[in-house]
Design a protein around this ligand. Sequence first.
Ligand SMILES: Nc1ncnc2c1ncn2[C@@H]1O[C@H](COP(=O)(O)OP(=O)(O)O)[C@@H](O)[C@H]1O
Ligand SMILES: N[C@@H](CC(=O)OP(=O)(O)O)C(=O)O
Length: 460
Amino acid sequence: MKVAKFGGSSVASAEKFQQVAKIIGADPKRKIIVVSAPGKRFNEDTKMTDLLIQLTGAVVSGRTYEKEMKLVLNRYEEIASQLSLKHTLIEQIESSLNGLIQEYQHDSLRLADALKASGEDNNAKLMAAYLNALGKEAHYVSPKDAGILVTDQPGMARVLPESYALLEKLRERSGILVVPGFFGYSKQGNIVTFPRGGSDITGSIVAAGVQAELYENFTDVDSIYCVNPTIVPNPKEIKDLTYREMRELAYSGFSVFHDEALQPVVKAGIAVCVKNTNNPAARGTYIVSERNYNDMPVVGIASDKGFCNIHVSKYLMNREVGFGRKLLEILEDEHISYEHTPSGIDNISVIMRENQWTKEVEERVIARIQAELEVDDITVERDLALVMVVGEGMNSTVGVAAKATNAFARAGVNIEMINQGSSEVSMMFGVKSASHDKAVRALYEVYFNEIFSISYSNLH
Ligand SMILES: Nc1ncnc2c1ncn2[C@@H]1O[C@H](COP(=O)(O)OP(=O)(O)O)[C@@H](O)[C@H]1O
Ligand SMILES: N[C@@H](CC(=O)OP(=O)(O)O)C(=O)O
């Protein structure tokens, strides 16, 4: 049995629904289908999830929301009418949306989750109806019925372990099961969504629960590329990569597969195959537990903007028991999560997402650090990008770091920070956001465009 997840780009229009039906029909092992809400049909298009967020905004503000509701319904209507599905399906969608608005209008967080989740929920119902219209036995299965139990944190759901035993029972059901991605139910009975892009997480949880032989993740590219294709045109394809490599790459900007979607399949030992809905004959990229990394020590370069760094110096910091804890406690009191903490003998940096670091937060935190930790110096650096070089073979290959620093020097990119800490699979560079694209292209050149097997062996 295989679990196939179809992302928003794969279910964005009637034509894509037809393509999905062909893909399902081509392999009888594709028994469980996880679908996203309709995604973008073209570059300037708006994803259904974003339309639903706009609808939530209109309801919460007390404005009339007719226009926003119409935009949502039009997207489904277009799909349903082009597939000759019954109009009653659209009437049902409209009445269920109005029902959710009535139920949750006084609780904006719950309303947002319920409406966002409806994007995938209604699309799964349409997909099941379409497969039925083609004469296939297919059933819509709600996450409640499937047993996707999650924590009760709106927009940040995490799966509860008891879900897996419940999901296993899906194996016994007949026909093709169509499960909406992106949300589950809490024990308190609430609809709770995963973070954005979270249908990948649903697919992974379901694959682990039913012990699928493969989790296929259908999207709009032939494979995972070794660098984001919007930064470097036509980059090299990755054939195989390990779960650990994917985790690092997904965390640092490879939005093609959600970083939180890895843990369930890793634990269950299920391989993931990322494939193209528009070109299913292409092999795709396999995410597996091990790969042969001798000729490919670096597998990818990922990057993300929007970080800032607080750099704190204090002479003899290394001898002061509890310094790190006190510093992080100040951040905890402000509900700030941090990403990395590279440190030296007398200094420590805390790198975090900049969107948590407002001017007011900065003033409060700096004042407390000065008063409570009596440091020599504090500097805050904004507009940072983190660029990550990832590969299992990196630590055992001589010269990998030198290649990166040389590439930066040649491209005139100043390195603000280097961190090759405890992770054995990645090396992280902090650069100014303005140098981000230049930094990524420079690294791509040295690791993937220069004849790199020769240059590595020369270094041995
Ligand atoms: N390294 C990468 N390899 C492939 N695609 C990438 C990479 N980094 C970013 N992407 C982007 O991820 C997109 C696919 O992910 P996403 O838009 O979430 O798809 P879906 O709609 O299928 O969920 C690609 O179209 C591509 O622009
Ligand atoms: N529709 C949700 C969840 C998701 O995973 O979508 P996509 O498959 O289009 O990335 C979102 O936009 O966040």
